[in-house]
Design a binder for this molecule. Structure first.
Ligand SMILES: [Zn+2]
Length: 154
């Protein structure tokens, strides 16, 4: 864990060094350290994973929108949430593909596709191709990366 944290700090310092001026705030490690809990920080800014079956949104069934926990950009609707049995909140589609960035991830020795918030680059989880129709996709997301916004009743 300590080595991992160290690694995370270094990569953030490198990113920090590469970015200038305007978009600086989103990449400022200190900003996120202050805004997020230790667990949220570990998952969203260090590509961590919360233990399965523990997240607050795993069995969450209310109607509304799941936003990025860091920058509040809308990511997933409750309409496409389903129980995949994986232990993490799962969605078969995103609100808008433009809101999600993907990256190949070989950290476990095989290829997975990491998903990130396109706005602030928060780590969300991974997307797999074993989801239900019509997309066949399974967006497997950490609860700690999400902030639920309940739909107002009309
Ligand atoms: Zn974000």
């Amino acid at each position: 864990m300590n080595l991992f944290n160290l690694f995370c700090k270094f990569s953030i310092i490198i990113i920090f060094g590469l970015i200038n001026g305007e978009i600086f705030d989103m990449k400022d490690d200190k900003v996120w350290k202050d805004k997020l809990s230790d667990e949220e920080y570990f998952v969203t800014r260090c590509s961590g994973t919360e233990p399965p079956f523990t997240g607050k949104y795993y069995k969450h069934k209310e109607k509304g929108t799941y936003n990025c926990n860091c920058c509040k950009q809308p990511l997933f609707s409750s309409d496409v949430k389903y129980d995949s049995g994986s232990g993490w909140p799962s969605f078969w589609d995103s609100i808008d593909q433009k809101n999600i960035k993907t990256k190949d991830d070989y950290s476990l020795g095989y290829k997975r596709i990491e998903i990130m918030c396109a706005n602030c680059e928060a780590h969300l989880g991974h997307v797999f191709e074993d989801g239900p129709n019509p997309t066949g996709l399974r967006y497997c997301v950490n609860s700690l990366s999400l902030d639920f916004n309940k739909k107002e009743s009309k």
